[in-house]
Design a protein around this ligand. Sequence first.
Ligand SMILES: [Zn+2]
Length: 428
Amino acid sequence: MHQILITLLSAIVVLLILLPGSESSGHPDRKFEIGKAYPLDIDFEANQLRPLAKDEKLIVPQLKWKEHTVKSGESLAVVFDKVGLSPGALYRLVNADEGTKSLTNLRPGDILKFGFDENSELIQLIQPKNATETLVITRTGGTYHSNQETKSVDTQLNFAQAIITSSFWNAADKAGLTANQIMEIAGIFGWDIDFALDIRQGDSFSVLFEERFVEGEPIGRGNILAATFTNLGETFTAVRSKSGQYFDQEGRAMRKAFLRSPINFRYVSSNFNPRRLHPVTGRVKAHRGTDYVAPVGTPIWAAGDGVVMKSGYNKFNGNYVFIRHSSTYVTKYLHMTKRKVKTGQRVKQGQTVGTLGGTGRVTGPHLHYEFLVNGVHKNPRTVKLPQAQSLKGAAKAQFKKHASERLSQLSQFSHFIADNSPLVYNRS
Ligand SMILES: [Zn+2]
């Protein structure tokens, strides 16, 4: 009985081992039965064509691109010829619509991108105009259409400050300001500070300005919104109004009747060492004017609006120009290479009246500049000058509120930097 049972059980075990397992799906030898359905692992929804979103453009497929940078003297016809396009193609493209006509105003450095299909047909022409604007001409159904694509500009605040150790230019440059911004600052404070001769070690400045971004990339600087400049212990403050003029925090115009120096400070040899000898005579002497040593040909500006009293030449003054600004004020400019104004002519502040030279009794080229008040020589860099124009009434109240907001932004940046120095804000 036992033997029979053992034999039976053994037979069942052997049978179980020989029989194919019922859990064998997925086995490589699996056979599919005809007429039966099997599920497939394909996500059909993911392969559906997606409808274009609003503002989305269909990408022109598989174009071969040729890029050309316009050289001096190259016309559009020359460029087309160089990329292998016929005069006929040029004609059709330029006359397609109003936007395509602008292509004829090419300037050296302009970039044109030509997109060709597999038959070497021009399908798309792209011309980046500037950081935000691009002209896109696309061929659809045999004709060209232009489209001006514009990216939005994001404006943020940025800040720079420095203490001057060698020169204003070097300090401002190190602080990250551009050449344009440095000249702008000298312009904003040029009625109060003689940037050519009066900048000293220990002077300092701070500037709040706009920084412009397109798609997160900085594309350039905007306006200077507020600035302070401390020169020889005196601090000057300027804030840009909404109309684009600069006033101090009390609403007095930065622009005044006279520039402190009649010459661009960039050209003037530094007299940073106050004990330096007279640049022309080689000794320190009583002198009724101010001497600016700069390269021959440097433009000389009228310090204020006025009428040319005399534009002439003599052996002492060389070529000279005298300007009467009012019954009180006269300015004189001596030793010029060339005079650019005539006696009796009306001149504007900042207008070039001549160029620096070494004519007359001099030992080297320089501008000798005199400032007379009621016929008496005064130091043009320190003389008390007529009051600046001031905002009044509601405009003044409104500006003062605006100015205090700007100046508090400026001081916030300034403290932030002082606490976390060295720190550069917003610069990539
Ligand atoms: Zn002199």
